[in-house]
Design a protein around this ligand. Structure first.
Ligand SMILES: [Mg+2]
Length: 413
């Protein structure tokens, strides 16, 4: 199981993806997702310049040892670039091990704990009628849980709203990172008003519950824009509408902020998509300040790093809610689905279908049926990379937007 080659592939079939492909001396191929939206080339360089030379001739079967070698061996620990690079290597090695065993990865992780992973989709609208139509469309596609994002009166573009004006032709909820051409690409700038948002959002959930009744699981993402006391007030205001979770209420790195929110509301809380290590969660887990961990396999040191996080969360009765918008490549999504199927403390999986161009580059076998995702029984992850198709979509610079308040102050996006 000697590693013979490792190659970094950067491709842009509608958006940028960074992928690591490892090949063993027996010709077994493994894939790992290293996509860090808006900073893709930094991870590509970390892998090409500093990791690939270390991998050649290593034993591909030694996954934990390789994880520790890259994590402890670099001396400089954690951080999104480092942990995305470690994730790509780790995921590719799990893909190889499962292919060599002739099993889907979830079998190596202990086998299935459920028949499929409950997925939630992203419904949105500039106003309530458009939002209700979007929810109906998602229900017709089979979704059994729905994230609700809405326009705010007076604001031109709002995070997560598909038909918002800032998307530059792309569906904004699928691709908020606006691509550019020419020598210098700058992020789009948006404007934000938290007080207008806090006034408006409870009226939206009131309308959604009035239309769809009490049973449908509803989620909402605050995208790190509130102060702790604002988030506490919103959680309290949304209690009558029985949310599945309120996500990213405050900037995630301030773990203690969640204490104040928790004191004031019983609305379930989820956080962690910008985290990259179990140590980012220690206060949140040990004090039971959240209900769901939002990390992605792609940004958290791969299957090995995510398993360490989910096992600690399980000790405190906290469940998974893995990050899964389309900037997680099909490789990263497949890795998440194998964990979703295997771990006991699964909660829910975020899911947005990838574009046709993306699925031409990444040949997937996972399926979405009746609201549940399944990784399939193909040996390994169940995803293959078409190098020829990848070559037809060269990298294009793209950045997530920057947010400003009305007076020009930079705010959390
Ligand atoms: Mg989020």
């Amino acid at each position: 199981m000697r590693i013979e080659s490792a190659e970094v592939v950067v491709t842009s079939p509608g958006r940028n993806f960074t992928t690591l492909r490892i090949v063993t001396e027996d010709g077994v191929t493994g894939l790992g997702d290293a996509t860090l939206n808006g900073r893709e080339l930094a991870v590509a360089s970390y892998l090409r310049d500093h990791v690939v030379p270390l991998l050649l001739d290593r034993d591909a079967s030694r996954i934990e040892d390789t994880w520790q070698y890259l994590y402890r061996g670099a001396y400089w620990r954690r951080g999104p670039v480092t942990m995305a690079a470690v994730a790509a290597v780790d995921t590719a090695l799990w893909d190889i091990k499962a292919k060599a065993a002739g099993m889907p990865l979830y079998q190596l992780l202990g086998g299935a704990s459920r028949s499929g992973a409950l997925a939630y989709g992203h419904a949105s609208g500039r106003d309530v009628p458009e939002l209700l139509d979007s929810i109906r469309a998602h229900l017709a596609q089979g979704y059994r849980a729905i994230r609700v994002q809405t326009g705010i009166p007076g604001l031109a573009s709002v995070y997560g709203v598909a038909s918002s004006t800032a998307g530059g032709g792309e569906r904004y909820d699928y691709e908020p990172a606006r691509r550019g051409s020419g020598p210098r690409v700058l992020p789009a700038e948006e404007s934000w008003d938290t007080r207008a948002y806090l006034r408006h959002l409870p009226t939206v959930f009131e309308a959604v519950r009035a239309e769809f009744g009490p049973e449908l699981p509803l989620l909402h993402d605050g995208h790190h824009r509130m102060t702790p006391i604002q988030a506490a007030r919103l959680g309290k205001a949304l209690e009558p509408y029985d949310l599945f979770w309120l996500e990213d209420a405050t900037p995630g790195e301030d773990q203690a902020a969640l204490r104040l929110i928790r004191q004031h509301t019983t609305t379930p809380l989820a956080i962690g998509e910008v985290f990259n290590h179990v140590h980012d969660y220690t206060t949140l887990l040990s004090e039971r300040l959240i209900d769901y961990v939002r990390s992605a396999v792609t940004h958290t040191g791969g299957v090995t790093g995510m398993r360490k996080l989910l096992d600690l969360a399980a000790v405190y009765g906290i469940k998974s809610g893995m990050h899964g918008p389309t900037d997680i490549s099909p490789v990263g999504m497949a890795a998440a689905l194998h964990l979703d199927l295997a771990v006991h403390n699964f909660g829910i999986q975020e899911y947005m279908p990838h574009t046709a161009d993306t699925l031409e580059v990444f040949r997937t076998s996972f399926r979405f049926e009746d609201g549940l995702l399944h990784p399939s029984d193909t040996p390994g992850l169940g995803v293959e990379l078409d190098a020829e198709a990848a070559g037809r979509f060269p990298y294009q610079p793209a950045y997530l937007p920057v947010n400003r308040l009305a007076d020009g102050t930079v705010h959390d996006w």
